[in-house]
Design a protein around this ligand. Structure first.
Ligand code: PEP
Ligand code: MG
Length: 576
């Protein structure tokens, strides 16, 4: 009988295939006391295991296909660097000597100590890096437990199978793609884990966080996974299999259809020209942007320049990075958002003050930058300098009051004056925009519009603040609702403010990349959308099928509809 389970879908696509259960569990380690004369034997065992682990990782690195995204080899590099770090290369030797214990125990002691440090950090990104530490230590332990024999990676059996494991390392994921696995399900992991990121880059349908998957799913039985909604079905009957085969065909057909739109102009059926821009975070995102022919970058989240490092980027580093992006964009516009650190984008190197009770409402975004010009000015200088070389716009995040905006503009003007004095070129007409993502700013959007060249609606935060739901708290996720009439009313106010002031309004929150809302937003008057590059063709397809004049009435009706059922009906009719 079929069994349905649900995990977290982290990489889209439907796969059907037999289960291959992979045991990557950390073997049970027992402490053994040794005598002084045994120290050299244990140290030798440790060093041989360490060398073997290194050899295995280099083998995986060699298996990465040449045309793979750069981040794939970067993940393996990170593991090699961890392996070579003294915390793993030499400290266990010290521990063997100090504690007179077996090599396995010394490795375990060191791993526990490091994992404890990672776990004490509140940042979800850092927490997932704890998995990397575990993966690297486990590799050494496995080599020790297997008495330093080369581990059979079982890969020859993986083709067309769905791997079910407690956890997978990035190295496993690379080997999987190399060996043609159909998909994978893990008990651990989250959407930010390296394994999930890799699955998306490698296009392997994947589900993580399915607790006790290996208890419920049996080796060899047929499994269906849907990486979009996290659904897992074991032992499906022939009707279900037919249904999912059809879904696979539909997904493939849709992808083929969408690719055909790559070179077409983004226009509504009724003729209006619509701008489809990309959100980028790292330079590698530019490859995806080029694949879908996006009109430019509507949101460059510069926070990522500050992450995963011990210092903060200086003006020169900002400048060089922006120049690389400008060159890669070959004349397409680039909207650089000044750094929006704090709350869910916390870094160790920039203080947001004493531990806040509610960091989302604390010192973040423009507040943090105005509070510390030494953080802000080098970035402003770099953006202005790069603006001499390509069409750059500057955008301030998290504006709440017009006074804040005026202060930010004043700092920008002072920075321009200094550059003029230094005879450094920049675009004298650089456009300045503001993100409208706080309800107060949405309500006063017309006042903001008087000082700006464009507005950009950040729905991720606008929804969080309007509905009072922390965007990273999964306990209140159920309240997340982009079509809540209060949210739609604020969005409409911002669009209207832009129309009145004759300045463009973009939406760069996730809502802009969800095709369920494309018609609604067009009906409310939105004409510029910025989204993750992977969503662009889908949105293009939605707007090409839209006659804006004929859907406006229904879109506006949603502004006044708070009944959930009526709302769903209106939205369905709108999208018909
Ligand atoms: C938003 O809030 O909608 C937005 C685009 O900014 P971020 O997600 O980076 O906070
Ligand atoms: Mg935001």
């Amino acid at each position: 009988m079929a069994l349905m389970l649900t995990g977290m879908g982290v990489s889209r696509g439907v796969s059907i295939g037999p289960v291959f259960v992979l045991h990557r569990n950390q073997p049970e380690i027992i402490e053994k006391s040794i005598e002084k004369k045994q120290i050299s034997t244990e140290v030798k065992r440790f060093k041989t295991a360490h060398t073997l682990a290194r050899k295995q990782l280099l083998k995986v690195k060699g298996a990465i296909p040449e045309d793979s995204p750069d981040d794939i080899s970067a993940f393996i590099e990170t593991h090699l660097l961890m392996l070579d770090d003294s915390m793993l290369a030499t400290t266990p030797v010290e521990l063997i000597k100090q504690n007179l214990c077996n090599a396995e125990w010394a490795v375990k002691l060191q791993r526990d100590a490091i994992v404890k440090v990672f776990e004490s950090m509140d940042d979800p990104y850092i927490a997932t890096r704890r998995d990397d530490v575990n993966h690297v230590f486990n590799r050494v332990t496995q080599a020790l437990v297997n008495d330093n024999k080369e581990r059979d990676e079982e890969v020859q059996n993986w083709k067309d199978q769905i791997i079910v494991a407690d956890d997978l390392t990035p190295a496993d994921t690379v080997l999987m793609q190399h060996n043609g696995v159909a998909g994978f399900v893990t008990e651990m992991g989250g959407p930010l884990s390296h394994t999930a990121i890799l699955a998306r880059s490698l296009n392997i349908p994947a589900i993580v966080g399915l607790t006790e998957a290996r208890r419920f799913l049996k080796a060899g039985e047929t499994l269906v996974i849907d990486g979009e909604n996290g659904m897992v079905m074991a032992d499906p009957d022939s009707n279900a299999i037919d249904h999912f085969h059809k879904r696979q065909r539909d997904i493939k057909r849709k992808a083929r259809e969408l690719i055909k739109l790559t070179d077409t102009k983004p226009r509504a059926k009724s003729g209006e020209k619509i701008s489809l821009l990309a959100n980028i975070e790292i330079e590698d995102d530019l490859k995806a942007l080029r694949r879908v022919n996006a009109a430019g970058v509507g949101l460059y989240r510069t926070e990522f320049l500050y992450m995963r490092r011990d210092d903060i980027p200086d003006e020169e580093e900002h400048f060089k990075t922006y120049m690389r992006v400008v060159r890669a964009l070959r004349g397409s516009p680039l909207t650089i958002r000044t750094v929006d650190l704090g709350a869910d984008k916390e870094v160790d190197t920039v203080s947001t003050g004493p531990l806040a009770h509610n960091p989302a409402m604390g010192l973040r975004g423009i507040r943090l930058c105005l509070n510390d010009p030494s953080l802000f000015v080098p970035q402003l200088r770099a953006i202005l300098r790069a603006s001499a070389k390509g069409p750059i716009k500057i955008m301030f995040p998290m504006l709440t009051t017009v006074t804040e905006l005026q202060q930010a503009i004043q700092l920008l003007e002072n920075t321009k004056d200094n550059l003029r004095r230094e005879k450094i070129k920049f675009d004298e007409k650089i456009h300045v925009g503001g993100m409208i993502e706080v309800p107060a700013a949405a309500i006063s959007a017309s006042h903001f519009a008087e000082h700006l060249n464009f507005l950009s609606i950040g729905t991720n935060d606008l929804i969080q603040y309007t509905l009072a739901i922390d965007r990273i708290d999964d306990q209140v996720n159920y309240l997340y609702d982009p079509v809540n009439p209060a949210v739609l009313t604020l969005i409409k106010m911002v669009i209207d403010a832009g129309i009145k002031q004759k300045i463009p309004v973009t939406m760069c929150g996730e809502m802009a990349g969800n095709s369920e809302y494309t018609r609604l937003l067009l009906g409310l008057g939105l004409r510029e959308f910025s989204m993750p590059p992977n969503s662009i063709l889908e949105i293009k397809s939605a707007l090409r099928g839209t006659n804006i004049g004929s859907i406006r009435r229904r879109a506006l009706a949603l502004l006044h509809c708070s009944d959930k059922e009526k709302q769903a009906n209106l939205l369905r009719k709108l999208n018909e």
